[in-house]
Write a protein that binds this ligand. Structure first.
Ligand code: CA
Length: 517
C-alpha cells in the first residue's frame, strides 16, 4: 500500500508538474495530519471498548468504532519518562539514554518531531512532557512543569511560564484546541502531541466528577488479595500495594492544598461526608483494604471521565473544522497500570496490566472502521509510523516498525513474534527489582538479573500470571527456546547492558545460579 501511495503521489506530482502547479500543493493535499493523544497510566481495562467492567468511555470508544483497536500493544519499559523518550526517538531506553524517571532527556539527539519538522510539518507539544530538558523539534509547545498538578497548573512555553486556573485535563485540551484554531499554519500538515497528566497518581478528579460513582460499588479484581506465592521474590517485595502503600493524600484523607478557596469548597463538599462515614465505620483488615480499593479506583476512574470528555471535545472540533478526514488520531497511554490487580496500584513490572497499553488509531480512508489487531506492537513503533504516514524515510537507526501496513490491513508475514522489555529503576520508589524479558503471543519469560531469578508464565493457561512455571519440567523446552529468543532480541536491539551517555557498569550475572521460580 505504501508503494501504491508513493506511486499515486508520483502520478499526481507529474500531472501537476505538467500543469505547472508547484509540488508542495500536491504534498499538502496528500500527507495526513497526526494527533498523538497520550494519557498517563491509563490501563486498557479501564476503557469500555476494551471490555472494561468498571467504567464507560464513550468518546474513546469512538476511535475504536471508527478505526483500529490493538489488543497487544506494549511498552518497552513501563515507567513515565522513559516511555516518552522511546516514543520520541523510536529507540529503546539504553540507546536514547533515558532509562529511568529523573534522567534528563538529551534533546540534541534525533527525534520524530525534528524529522517531521524537517519534512515540512508544523510540530506541537501540549501537556505532560516530563523529560526535564526543554522540548526540541517543536514549533509550538505548552507543557506542564515536571509531573504538574491536577489543579491550577503553571505551564511552560517558549515565551515563559503561563499561569492557569482550573482543572488540568480541561486546560491541556484548551491549549491543544488553541493550537489547532489559532496557531496552526494552514499551509502545512501538523503533528500534535496532546498529552494528559491524568489519570496519574494521586488521582484528583475534576470538579464535575467528584461525586461520580458515589452510589455504586466498583467490582474488585479477582486477585486483589494476592499472596504472591507461586512467583519469586520481586512480586512480594515491592511497595505498591493497595493495602499498605496508599498514603493519606492518595486516599484524600487530608486537605488538598493545591486548590483555591472556591475549588476547596467544592472538593470538601464532595469528600467531607464520605470521609466522615469512613471514620465512623472504623474499618480494619480486609474491609479496610476493600475501602481503600474503592476510594482509589473511583478517583482513578473519575480522572478518566475527564480525559474521555476532553478527547470528545477534540474529536468534535476535528469534525466541525473538517480536519477529521485527513487526520490520523491515535489514543494510547505511556503504559498500563494495576487497578487493584495483584493487590497493586502503579506499574513497572513486566506483568500484563502494566506492560500493555491501550491503542486505538483512526485514519479515514486507510483504517477499516471497527477493525481489531492482535499483532504484537510496541511504543517503539510510533515514530516510524508517523514518518511512514508522512512518506518520510525512516532512519536506519530507529528500532521499531511502521504500523502503517498493519493499519491498512496488510501486515507483513514476518511481523514480530516476540517483544523485548527492560526495566531499570531499583532501588527506588515502589521497590520493583530490575528485570528484562521476552513476551510471545503465549508465553512470557522474565529475568530479574540482579537477583538471579527467572519466571515463566503460560498466558493461555494463566492469564492473570499467578504461578510461574519456570521450574516445571513440562516447560523446559519453552524455557530454552525463550532464552535463545531473549538473547537474539538483546542482540537485535543492541542491549549490551550499557546505557547511552552513562559509564559501563559491572556485568550482570549469567543466571547460572538461578532459583527455581
Ligand atoms: Ca505513566
Amino acid at each position: 500500500m505504501k508503494c501504491q501511495r508513493l506511486a499515486s503521489l508520483l502520478l499526481v506530482t507529474v500531472v501537476l508538474g505538467y500543469l505547472a502547479i508547484p509540488c508542495p500543493a500536491a504534498e499538502k493535499a496528500t500527507r495526513p495530519n497526526v494527533i498523538y493523544i497520550m494519557s498517563d497510566d491509563h490501563a486498557s481495562h479501564a476503557i469500555s471498548c476494551y471490555g472494561s467492567k468498571i467504567n464507560k468511555t464513550p468518546n474513546l470508544d469512538r476511535l475504536a468504532d471508527e478505526g483500529m483497536l490493538f489488543r497487544n500493544a506494549f511498552c518497552t519499559n513501563s515507567i513515565c519518562g522513559p516511555c516518552r523518550a522511546v516514543v520520541l526517538t523510536g529507540k529503546y531506553s539504553h540507546l536514547n539514554g533515558f532509562v529511568r524517571n529523573g534522567n534528563t532527556f538529551d534533546g540534541s539527539q534525533q527525534t520524530v518531531a525534528k524529522l517531521l519538522q524537517g519534512a515540512g510539518y508544523q510540530t506541537a507539544m501540549v501537556g505532560k512532557w516530563h523529560l526535564k530538558s526543554e522540548p526540541t523539534g517543536f514549533d509550538y509547545w505548552h507543557i506542564l512543569i515536571g509531573q504538574g498538578p491536577y489543579y491550577n497548573p503553571p505551564m511552560k512555553t517558549p515565551e515563559g511560564t503561563v499561569k492557569h486556573t482550573g482543572y488540568t485535563t480541561d486546560i491541556i485540551t484548551d491549549a491543544a484546541l488553541d493550537f489547532l484554531k489559532n496557531s496552526r499554519d494552514k499551509d502545512k500538515p501538523f503533528f500534535l502531541m496532546y498529552h494528559h497528566k491524568a489519570p496519574h497518581r494521586n488521582w484528583q478528579p475534576g470538579p464535575k466528577y467528584l461525586n461520580l460513582y458515589d452510589d455504586v460499588t466498583i467490582p474488585e479484581p479477582d486477585n486483589l488479595f494476592d499472596d504472591y506465592s507461586g512467583r519469586g521474590t520481586p512480586a512480594g517485595h515491592q511497595e505498591m500495594t493497595v493495602a499498605k502503600h496508599l498514603n493519606a493524600n492518595d486516599l484524600k484523607l487530608v486537605p488538598n492544598r493545591s486548590l483555591n478557596d472556591e475549588q476547596a469548597a467544592v472538593w470538601n463538599k464532595a469528600y467531607g461526608p464520605k470521609n466522615k462515614a469512613f471514620e465512623e465505620a472504623n474499618l480494619e483488615g480486609d474491609d479496610l483494604i476493600r475501602w481503600k480499593y474503592q476510594r482509589y479506583i473511583k478517583d482513578y476512574l473519575r480522572c478518566i471521565a475527564s480525559v474521555d470528555e476532553n478527547v470528545g471535545r477534540l474529536l468534535d472540533y476535528l469534525d466541525e473544522s473538517g480536519l477529521a478526514k485527513n487526520t490520523i488520531v491515535i489514543y494510547t497511554s505511556d503504559q498500563g497500570f494495576y487497578l487493584g490487580d495483584h493487590g497493586w496500584f502503579d506499574k513497572r513490572f513486566m506483568y500484563e496490566e502494566s506492560l500493555r497499553s491501550p491503542l486505538m488509531v483512526r485514519w479515514p480512508g486507510h483504517v477499516k472502521p471497527g477493525s481489531v489487531s492482535e499483532e504484537l506492537v510496541l511504543n517503539l513503533d510510533f515514530a516510524e509510523t508517523f514518518l511512514d504516514a508522512a512518506d518520510k524515510e525512516i532512519p536506519a537507526d530507529m528500532q521499531g516498525e511502521s504500523l502503517v501496513p498493519v493499519l491498512e490491513g496488510n501486515t507483513p508475514d514476518d511481523w514480530r513474534k516476540a517483544v523485548y522489555y527492560r526495566y531499570y529503576e531499583y532501588p527506588a520508589v515502589h521497590m520493583v527489582h530490575k528485570h528484562y524479558g521476552v513476551r510471545t503471543a503465549r508465553h512470557k519469560l522474565i529475568f530479574f538479573h540482579e537477583i538471579d531469578e527467572w519466571e515463566l508464565f503460560d498466558l493461555q493457561k494463566d492469564p492473570r500470571e499467578m504461578k510461574s512455571v519456570y521450574a516445571d519440567p513440562a516447560y523446559a523446552g519453552v524455557v530454552a527456546e525463550l532464552k535463545t529468543e531473549l538473547q537474539r532480541l538483546r542482540k537485535q536491539y543492541k542491549d549490551d547492558d550499557t546505557v547511552r551517555g552513562q559509564p559501563a557498569k559491572r556485568p550482570v550475572r549469567s543466571g547460572a545460579r538461578s532459583k527455581k521460580q
